[in-house]
Design a protein around this ligand. Structure first.
Ligand code: NI
Ligand code: MN
Length: 225
């Protein structure tokens, strides 16, 4: 399974020939200026919540690729207003797509669309692909609901925010890793803005002290998982 990082909380996962892109926010990210959004391919685009740092490039990438956009009902209503037609609205629950079963799960955060309309309730995703299972929490603080994740499936890796201020920091993400019973964590939602700059080595050592691995991918980097 290939994981490619596009900065902030934007990444894509390729499995069984399908490319799943998450939370496209690239053109407004100074750190991601070397990424050409017109080269990003996607069969599916998954949106965790409506904030601009998760949807800013959704309309352009969705329209160019024709990818199916999946997210909360209210996020999808907004996407349709942007002229996106290939959509699949959800609320917390499961649905099955070509890449496997998708579980849309809650996150503790807020969700307002860039135009001020509601994005409904923010969430995260458990992706049950044939190759591997993974959890992307979206923007969230540490929450007890994460303890449900291992009841759903044994996950191989998880993508968690570690920047603090708006989400979990590395210390809380170590506890999240314990809740979800996963030792292989990829950190996102760090360094993009002043509020979320992190000391990479300090964050990694918090995880290694707990017997876990924290990977902080470079923007543009592809990792084989
Ligand atoms: Ni957010
Ligand atoms: Mn965010």
């Amino acid at each position: 399974m290939k994981f490619t990082y596009y900065g902030h909380s934007c990444f894509s996962v390729e499995t069984a020939g399908k490319k799943i892109l998450f939370d496209p926010f690239i053109s407004g990210n100074e750190l991601a200026k070397d990424i050409d959004i017109n080269t990003i391919e996607a069969d599916f685009i998954l949106i965790s919540h409506g904030h601009g740092d998760h949807v800013a490039d959704l309309a352009s990438i969705a329209k160019r690729t024709g990818a199916k956009v999946i997210g909360a009902y209210e996020v999808i209503e907004w996407a349709q207003k942007q002229g996106i037609t290939n959509v699949h609205p959800m609320n917390f629950g499961t649905a099955t797509f070509e890449f496997g079963k998708l579980h849309f799960v809650p996150a503790w955060h807020s969700s307002t669309m860039p135009d001020g309309t509601t994005g409904g309730t923010p969430g995260g995703f458990v992706v049950h692909a044939a190759e591997k299972k993974f959890y992307y929490s979206g923007d969230t603080c540490l929450m007890m609901d994460m303890q449900l994740i291992p009841r759903y499936t044994k996950i191989d890796f998880a993508i968690l925010p570690i920047g603090g201020n708006f989400t979990m920091d590395a210390e809380d993400a170590v506890i999240a890793a314990e809740f979800i019973q996963c030792k292989n964590i990829i950190g996102v939602h760090f360094d993009t803005f002043g509020y979320i700059k992190v000391d990479h080595e300090a964050a990694k050592s918090k995880f290694s002290a707990a017997g876990n691995t924290l990977t902080l991918p470079r923007i543009g980097q592809t990792i084989e998982l």
